[in-house]
Design a protein around this ligand. Sequence first.
Ligand SMILES: [Zn+2]
Ligand SMILES: [Zn+2]
Length: 353
Amino acid sequence: MGTDHAFAELGLAPGATEREVKIAWRRLVSRWHPDRNESADAVARMQRINQAFEALQRSGLLDRTPAGEPGSEPTAESATEAQAPDAPGPSRPPIHRKLKLTLEEAAAGCVKVLHGRVTAVCATCAGAGHQVLGGHCERCGGSGALSKRSFFGWLGTAVECEACLGGGIARQVCGACEGSGKAPAHKYRISVRIPPGVRSGDLLHVDSRRSRSERPPADLEIRIELAAHAFFRLDDAAAVHCEVPVDGFAWIGERTVTVPTLAGPQPLPLRRDTLAYRLPGEGFPLARKGPRGDLWITVQPVFPAPLSGDQQILLDQLMATGSRADGQPVDERLREWNRGLKAWARNLPPRPG
Ligand SMILES: [Zn+2]
Ligand SMILES: [Zn+2]
């Protein structure tokens, strides 16, 4: 590989310094290493990156030991360092979490303890799992491939050299991560106060400095999800709806039944002319920490089906009390309706045919 080609392979202009070459090489390795990049051409790309690096080293165009860089291995720079686990700072990307709340928790607000672990790439090897020593790989002599030995002697088939992963450049397993490419998991635990009135999809930003011990390595960004409720339904106007089956006779008898609210069970006196009941201020907060919407209880009177013999007799007796001796209803409203109905039927035009 020519040197101009090699510079180009590393995305550099001809004449780049050794430091620039190494930073570019590290950046490309952290992106294309087959352990981290599953694309089909990652292995081939890694080989070209390593061949370009080696070609430039061989060319003598690079100053092997620039002043101020004894040992000539630059420390990992670039984007990979931003993922290092022990580098605190406000610029670190937040840890994304989902938090599922019940409607009751979301309505009243609550405190939740979140714990988890964060894994980051090894800062020493930028996630590659190895460190480059420079020079040819001893195992394969720099070719990146090993001939496969069979019972019949040497065959033409070649396999990728395990020692250099086909790159041809001597390397050693990273001592910091023992080759895994990952930093030790960072465990955290933080108590989070959820304000009243959060809804599904809301994002809460939690400052990691609120945690006194086991502090998260970055701030948390929490996406709220409200769990579906067995019998409450929240609408967009902060009203909560609930359908409650009640004993039909209790409804007629205007008894008091127990209904659920977000704050717990509550007595509700039934009215026999009413199915939907508004409980003002018992709904969901209209805004975070704001006043609350209403709770609508819709009762569904349930009657026995079929009625028992006793119930049928009692019902017949009850209905008999609604009629006068002349068969007309006791209630004037019904008598008036009956008169109107008769008059209307009398005045209908004769049916054609
Ligand atoms: Zn090798
Ligand atoms: Zn490492």
